[in-house]
Design a protein around this ligand. Structure first.
Ligand code: C5P
Length: 217
């Protein structure tokens, strides 16, 4: 059993991909497996927290004891996050939110056309930035940054631009790490500190991340 470092705390975690509909049968999405977010939920539960897990569509099973809220689109993720974040001590954005959605969703299946189809996309809301900028009930806010180069600089940029308290950066150019893998390596950044967490299973890393969060509440 773990020391109950998060007893009495409520942690809300976003996980998995979002799906942005084009019409009733099609969507734009990404390959996020949800593994890191689900591992964080499991770790927070093991440290005694109450856990809300706001999840896009994934194939893995949520940890027993988590309050799971299923979402599809970024807009739904934002709505559920805005409801739960002010009731939470910690908000962790681990979801791979689609950056863009279709400017209009067709209400009938789009018919095959010529050789070229042009889609107009519009920017999605930045969910974690919205939470980090709450003026009432703002939780301790933790983001993730998947980078392929210049990891520390991009991560620190996101920490300050999104107004986060902490960001967990991973170098997704390393084969076998990050997306869909069971392993990952992270560097944690705060405004004035950083900490490297070496390659580990996502569940071991998740426990380290949640322990670092618990120390700072
Ligand atoms: O800007 P970028 O997508 O790299 O930032 C990643 C972080 O921001 C992650 O914590 C992710 O969950 C969050 N994010 C979000 N809403 C978006 C885009 C990213 O919450 N629209």
């Amino acid at each position: 059993a773990q020391p109950q470092l998060l007893a009495g705390k409520t942690i809300t975690i976003t996980a998995g991909p979002t799906r942005e509909p084009l019409d009733p049968v099609r969507f734009i999405s990404n390959h996020s497996s949800g593994k890191m977010g689900y591992a964080l939920a499991q770790a927070a539960l093991s440290l005694g927290a109450h856990v809300n897990l706001i999840s896009g569509p994934v194939t893995i099973t949520p940890p027993a004891g988590a309050n799971v809220i299923q979402i599809q689109s970024a807009q739904q993720l934002l709505n559920e996050s805005l409801l739960l974040a002010p009731l939470s001590d910690v908000f962790i954005g681990c979801a791979a939110v689609a950056d863009y959605r279709a400017s209009a969703v067709a209400d009938q299946k789009m018919k095959k056309q010529g050789d070229e189809l042009i889609l107009t996309l519009v920017k999605n809301p930045d969910v974690i930035a919205a939470i980090a900028n709450l003026t009432e009930g703002r939780p301790y806010t933790v983001g993730f940054a998947a980078e392929t180069q210049d990891v520390a600089n991009y991560a620190k940029g996101k920490l300050s631009n999104k107004n986060l308290d902490m960001i967990c950066a991973n170098d997704v150019s390393q084969a076998g790490l990050g997306f869909n893998s069971d392993h990952n390596a992270l560097t944690l950044f705060w405004l004035t500190e950083q900490k490297d967490l070496a390659i580990e299973t996502k569940s071991a890393l998740a426990l380290s991340v949640m322990t670092e969060v618990a120390k700072r509440l």
